[in-house]
Structure formats: structure tokens, C-alpha cells
Design a binder for this molecule. Structure first.
Ligand SMILES: C[S@@+](CC[C@H](N)C(=O)[O-])C[C@H]1O[C@@H](n2cnc3c(N)ncnc32)[C@H](O)[C@@H]1O
Length: 339
């Protein structure tokens, strides 16, 4: 990887020079037989997942997030993945997922990412071991148009749990949307929306289709050179909904570290495995940067915002909108109807 390439002045891409790689490498760990739990908590493991999972403790994971190589021919710096038959890809998923099972708490939630081609294989393997709860589809608005096919603009994330005893906090993942039709009730009050300094907004329940995600690009502070880096906003939704502060979030294909970074920003513990040394160091650098900057683009004031709403987010005073929302008739309507 070209670690010290020239970049445009507004390019915020996080990269590593040789000194930084040496510095962050010192914080990476490798697992051996009987590695104690305290040694893996809030750490990046730089090792082959197939080897490392043998040495992980039992029963320590609250939330498992997996973004494996999809069933595509793709290069990940020093590693290459080769497309295979769908049945072989199922065997590949099973070969690591079956080894991870014993690390999960009985209350754990599991999320596994894929594109349309890998999605059925993920479902087939996950449904052997877990209760499947949902399939999230998110709009991935970046990418080339196809000539003889529909442009590929979606990805899936399968959501499952180990048991029926699991945690899900829907209130922490509400969406803030501009109101298109601001109807009023017979007393002239907003019907199911809120009037705030920044305009008329509605707070809505999240569904299993996510259209508010932006893929990291060069002018975003979270961007790296990792070819399939997941957006922090996407991880924030999953971590907020399916874990509590202090819970442990585990990612066995950590890449540039998004899962650990967002877990840290949201006061969860984390542990991740990445085979490539440069990506593992990138993860460590981002984890360090999270000490000074806890912001997550698109998540502000306790709600998730639509794409391209940075101006309105900046105008919102911290906690202002949340307070208006909690006092609104809309909030009372929603929470009242849920009880
Ligand atoms: C799809 S990417 C994950 C991207 C990540 N979610 C992010 O936000 O950057 C998959 C990662 O798995 C890593 N990987 C592939 N095979 C691995 C293995 N056997 N053990 C550990 N890591 C592996 C690749 O190097 C790659 O960085």
C-alpha cells in the first residue's frame, strides 16, 4: 500500500507513515493458548481469524458484527479473496462462524453483512445457529453504473440472536426526517411532527431499509484507503440498538477498525481481529483519534439525520431537539401507544 501519497488539501483520508505503523504495531496483539480475557479487551488482534478464534475465551461477546470478504474476487492489501460457488461460500462462512459460537453470551445479537450475491449463503448458515430476526437492506449510493444490468446499490445485513432473551433499544436509533406534509390537528398543533428552530421535522421509527447512509469518501474525517470500509453511522445504529454501554462488541474481520472505533465512541468495549498489519494499524490509529473526537457523522443530538443535513445539524444546539421531542405530543403518542 502507498502509505505516503500526495493528497489534495481538503482530503482528510487517514493514512499511516512508516513511523506511525511502527508505533501502532506495538499495540497489536496475537493470541496464544490461555490468553486471559483482560488481555483481549479493547484490543486489535493482528492474526488470522481462523487461528485466533481458537484462543478466544468462551461466553464474552454481547454483540457480534461481521463484515467478511464478500463472495467476490477482491484484493485487501496483502490478502486476496477469490469468488467461489455459493455452496463453497456457505462452507467458508460456516468454517469461522461455527468456531465463534462458543464466544457468544446467551443474550448476544449477531449481524452479518453481504451483498445480494452472498446474502442467501449468509442466511443459510446463520439460520442453522441463530434465531433470524431481520434482514436490513441499506442503500450504498456509491459505485459505477452497469451497462447490461441494474446498478448495484444495496447491501444486506442479517440480524439474528442466540436466544429470545436479547437487548434491543429502538428509542436510541430513531431517525429525524424533514416533514413534507406538515398536517395539523383540530387545535392547530403539529400532528405527528415537531416545529424547531431548524424547521419542521418528524422523528420516526427505524425500519429495515436504510437510505440515510453515506459511504466514506476522501473529504470525510473517517475515510481511510481500505477498499470496503463501513460507515461509522451504520455501525452506530447497530451498536446503539443491540448493546448497552459497557457491553463488548466483537468483530473478527475488523478491516480499518470501524466497529472498534464506534464502540469506543459509544462507551462500549471492543475486540477485533484483522490479518493485515497495515489495516490493523489503521484501526489502532482511528481508535487513538477517537480519544479526541467522539463525533459520528450523521448521528447528532441523539438522533440519526438524513443525508446532506450537516448544515441543519450544526445549527441544532446540543440536546435542544431531543428536549423538544421528549416534551412533544408526538413522543407521548408514540411511547403511550407502545405500552
Ligand atoms: C470487508 S473487510 C472489513 C471492513 C471493515 N468492516 C471496515 O469498516 O473497515 C474484510 C477484512 O477482513 C480481513 N480478512 C480477510 N480474511 C481474514 C482472516 N482470515 N483473518 C483476519 N482477517 C481477515 C481483510 O483483510 C479485510 O480487511
Amino acid at each position: 500500500m502507498d502509505q505516503e501519497k500526495e493528497r489534495a488539501p481538503r482530503n482528510q483520508t487517514i493514512a499511516l507513515n512508516k513511523d506511525e505503523t511502527t508505533k501502532h504495531s506495538k499495540h497489536l496483539i496475537r493470541l496464544y493458548k490461555n490468553t486471559p480475557f483482560q488481555d483481549i479487551i479493547n484490543k486489535t488482534i493482528n492474526q488470522d481469524t481462523f487461528e485466533a478464534i481458537k484462543y478466544l475465551p468462551d461466553n464474552f461477546v454481547d454483540l457480534l458484527f461481521i463484515d467478511p470478504p464478500y463472495n467476490l474476487t477482491k484484493k485487501f492489501n496483502t490478502q486476496a479473496f477469490k469468488e467461489m460457488k455459493s455452496t463453497e461460500y456457505e462452507d467458508y462462512i460456516d468454517s469461522w462462524l461455527s468456531g465463534i459460537l462458543r464466544t457468544l453470551k446467551p443474550t448476544a445479537s449477531i449481524y452479518i453483512c453481504g451483498d445480494w450475491k452472498s446474502s442467501s449463503a449468509i442466511y443459510n448458515v446463520m439460520s442453522k445457529y441463530f434465531i433470524i430476526r431481520n434482514r436490513i437492506t441499506w442503500e450504498r449510493e456509491k459505485g459505477r453504473g452497469a451497462i447490461n444490468n441494474w446498478k448495484n446499490c444495496i447491501e444486506d445485513i442479517w440480524f439474528g440472536t442466540v436466544s429470545n432473551n436479547y437487548y434491543f433499544d429502538v428509542d436510541s436509533v430513531k431517525l429525524k426526517r424533514k416533514v413534507v406534509a406538515p398536517y395539523k390537528d383540530k387545535n392547530g398543533n403539529p400532528k405527528d411532527w415537531i416545529n424547531s428552530e431548524e424547521g419542521a421535522f418528524r422523528i420516526t421509527h427505524p425500519s429495515n431499509i436504510w437510505t440515510d447512509i453515506t459511504i466514506p469518501y476522501w473529504s470525510m474525517a473517517e475515510n481511510t484507503d481500505h477498499p470496503t470500509q463501513k460507515p461509522e453511522k451504520l455501525l452506530a445504529k447497530i451498536i446503539l440498538a443491540s448493546s448497552k454501554p459497557g457491553d463488548l462488541v466483537f468483530d473478527p474481520f475488523l478491516g480499518s477498525g470501524t466497529t472498534s472505533v464506534v464502540a469506543k465512541k459509544l462507551q462500549r468495549d471492543y475486540c477485533g481481529i484483522e490479518i493485515d498489519n497495515y489495516y490493523a494499524c489503521l484501526a489502532e490509529k482511528r481508535i487513538d483519534l477517537a480519544n479526541a473526537d467522539q463525533t459520528i457523522q450523521g448521528y447528532h443530538d441523539g438522533v440519526f439525520w438524513e443525508r446532506n443535513s450537516l448544515g441543519a445539524q450544526k445549527r441544532t444546539k446540543t440536546n435542544n431537539f431531543r428536549l423538544i421531542y421528549k416534551n412533544s405530543s408526538l413522543f407521548k403518542q408514540i411511547t403511550g401507544s407502545m405500552r
